[in-house]
Write a protein that binds this ligand. Structure first.
Ligand code: NAD
Length: 264
């Protein structure tokens, strides 16, 4: 199967690092014009240069905007009024015991992980429906199904994304627009690498030991038994953004190494 998205414009939020950057790179390799996004111009510029270097012939531009705010989403929509592919990837995670999570954290997590995707889908989806082609992908998590007790506030946002994604898919009935979510499991992104390095330091382990122990102790049902690489998640996202994925709509697609132990 050859995925060709030339002529399509794709926006990936939070794509200056981690899973988002791998998705931006993967989409650029299919010929799509990619818009990268992060909060700071310097990192956006560095990411554009990196992808241009790694993917010969890539068309990449970038917009610095904080998608956790209404103003940031408005600025993004003004700078890029139409896209064919929207990947709602920007998100944060932070382990904290439930009894110590203040109200502000619940709102902050909701704004960045949920409202960013709501606002941008509201801004872009009508254009997709009018043109009768489009892809919206929410990067949720297996934590939206198996709520992690060490970060219930995060799990809540990842379940909310699944609800929104499914609801929006219902609005595409009879069109060639699809809305799906992808559920990664533990993935070695920049954000997770920092977390694992801290863990290794705390426990006097090497980073590799800490990573391997984390999966075995905290995600024991993992069949993969290791962290995924960011490209492994990006491959699923690029596929669901492809023209070939036209019959996949309203789905919650797992790329979590088998952690969720159910058949359906
Ligand atoms: P990461 O921390 O490595 O990268 C996050 C990116 O988002 C960075 O580029 C950051 O600059 C950007 N970002 C953060 N807040 C932003 C904002 N307000 N506006 C614009 N950009 C912003 O994260 P990651 O691990 O690659 O996670 C990406 C997504 O994948 C998240 O939604 C996360 O919940 C999900 N996910 C990650 C894992 C994992 O193990 N890494 C597992 C399941 C789901």
């Amino acid at each position: 199967m050859k995925i060709d998205l030339s002529g399509k414009t794709a926006l990936v939020t939070g794509s200056t690092a981690g899973i988002g950057k791998a998705i931006a790179r993967g989409l650029a390799a299919t010929g799509a014009e990619v818009v990268v996004n992060g909060r700071g111009q310097a990192k956006v510029d560095a990411t554009i240069a990196e992808i241009a270097r790694e993917v010969p012939g890539a068309t990449v531009r970038g917009i610095a905007a904080d998608v956790s705010t209404a103003a940031g989403c408005k600025a993004l929509l003004a700078a890029v009024p139409d896209v064919d592919i929207l990947v709602n990837n920007a998100g944060i995670f932070e382990p904290k015991p439930f009894f110590e999570i203040p109200d502000e954290d619940w709102s902050r997590f909701f704004d960045i992980n949920v409202m960013s995707g709501v606002r941008l889908s509201r801004g872009y989806m009508q254009g997709m429906l009018k043109r009768n082609w489009g892809r919206i992908v929410f990067i949720s998590s297996e934590s939206g199904l198996n709520i992690p007790t060490e970060m219930i506030q995060y799990g809540m946002t990842k379940t909310a994304q699944l609800a929104i994604s499914r609801g929006l898919a219902e609005l595409t009935r009879g069109t060639a627009v699809t809305v799906n979510s992808v559920l990664p499991g533990p993935t070695m992104s920049e954000g997770v690498e920092t977390f694992v390095k801290d863990l290794a330091k705390q426990n006097g382990q090497s980073v590799e030991e800490a990573a391997s122990n984390f999966v075995k102790q905290h995600r024991p049902s993992s069949i993969l038994q290791r962290f995924a690489r960011t490209e492994e998640i990006a491959n699923m996202v690029v596929y669901v953004c492809s023209k070939q994925a036209s019959a996949t709509n309203g789905a919650a697609l797992r790329a979590e190494g088998g952690i969720v132990n159910t058949i359906a």
